[in-house]
Design a protein around this ligand. Structure first.
Ligand SMILES: NC(=O)c1ccc[n+]([C@@H]2O[C@H](COP(=O)([O-])OP(=O)(O)OC[C@H]3O[C@@H](n4cnc5c(N)ncnc54)[C@H](OP(=O)(O)O)[C@@H]3O)[C@@H](O)[C@H]2O)c1
Length: 238
């Protein structure tokens, strides 16, 4: 997909992978809207991208909040035009330090699912219909290896990412004849705030930079037409 002039909505765009991907897609010519709860940081990222000569807009909002979903999608479309690319990057670990399932409150599991699963589901329900009418569109669900492996203490997050992967497959199956495509992408371990919160003892020097991963992810977005819709793939370097 030639990203020039395309509308892209990236949730989790104020930090880490989302912020780096916003810059990459904007550099490729996309008109980018980024979403996160922290408005100040979000606006700083958008301003930095604009200062580099590209287009980016801040749309503050909480993807886990049902009442915010239409406002997020509406504001983004008003700023960048029809959404051609939707990247579901916003995510939460739940309470840290990460805890065993027996020590996980039901409310914490629900909150993680709201942000990591129901939020993307809701946004897709709002955005994918218009994509289908236009006969094209791409959605990327940002997953994790925790969706596949059963790491002790990663319970709520793992469950949400496993469900997100399957949501990806189901959307792809149900919308297979519409031209709207879905990918689920495991970005691999990156040196971000989320990683530091989950694994404070990790050697940060051994982790990928989100900017490196964002470059690979941006190439994948551009080449998505060649990948079967519903596929789950990893972008980490071998
Ligand atoms: N880092 C890793 O090693 C790693 C590994 C595998 C997968 N991933 C996945 O990669 C994606 C990016 O992770 P990251 O490490 O770059 O995270 P990060 O640096 O912690 O950034 C998370 C972003 O999501 C936003 N966010 C969180 N909750 C939100 C909500 N309810 N509504 C809107 N925005 C929200 C945050 O901003 P606010 O807090 O201001 O809202 C921030 O912009 C996530 O889906 C994560 O699960 C990361």
């Amino acid at each position: 997909m030639d990203l020039k002039g395309r509308g892209a909505l990236i949730t989790g765009g104020s930090k880490g992978l989302g912020a780096a991907l916003a810059e990459e897609l904007a550099r490729a010519g996309a008109r980018v809207a980024i979403v996160a709860r922290g408005a100040e940081e979000l606006r700083r990222v958008a301003a930095r991208i604009r200062a580099a000569g590209f287009e980016a807009h801040a749309v503050p909002g909480d993807v886990g909040d049902k009442r915010a979903a239409h406002a997020i999608a509406g504001a983004a479309a008003a700023l960048v035009g029809p959404i051609d690319v939707l990247v579901h990057g916003a995510s939460t670990l739940g309470p840290t330090p990460l805890r065993l399932l027996f020590d996980t409150e039901c409310e914490d599991l629900e909150a993680v699912l709201q942000t990591n699963l129901v939020g993307p589901f809701r946004l897709t329900k709002i955005v994918a219909g218009a994509m289908a009418i236009r006969g094209s569109g791409l959605e990327v669900h940002v997953s994790s290896d925790a969706a596949v492996a059963a790491y002790p203490r990663w319970g709520a997050y793992s469950v949400s990412k496993a469900a997100l992967d399957h949501l990806n497959r189901l959307w792809a199956a149900e919308l297979s004849s519409t031209g709207v495509r879905f990918l689920s992408v495991d970005p691999g371990e990156m040196d971000t705030e989320m990683h530091a919160a989950a694994m404070p003892e990790a050697d940060r020097g051994a982790l990928a930079r989100p900017e490196q991963v964002a470059r690979r992810l941006a190439r994948l977005v551009a080449d998505a037409g060649r990948i079967e819709s519903g596929t789950r793939l990893a972008v980490a370097e071998p």
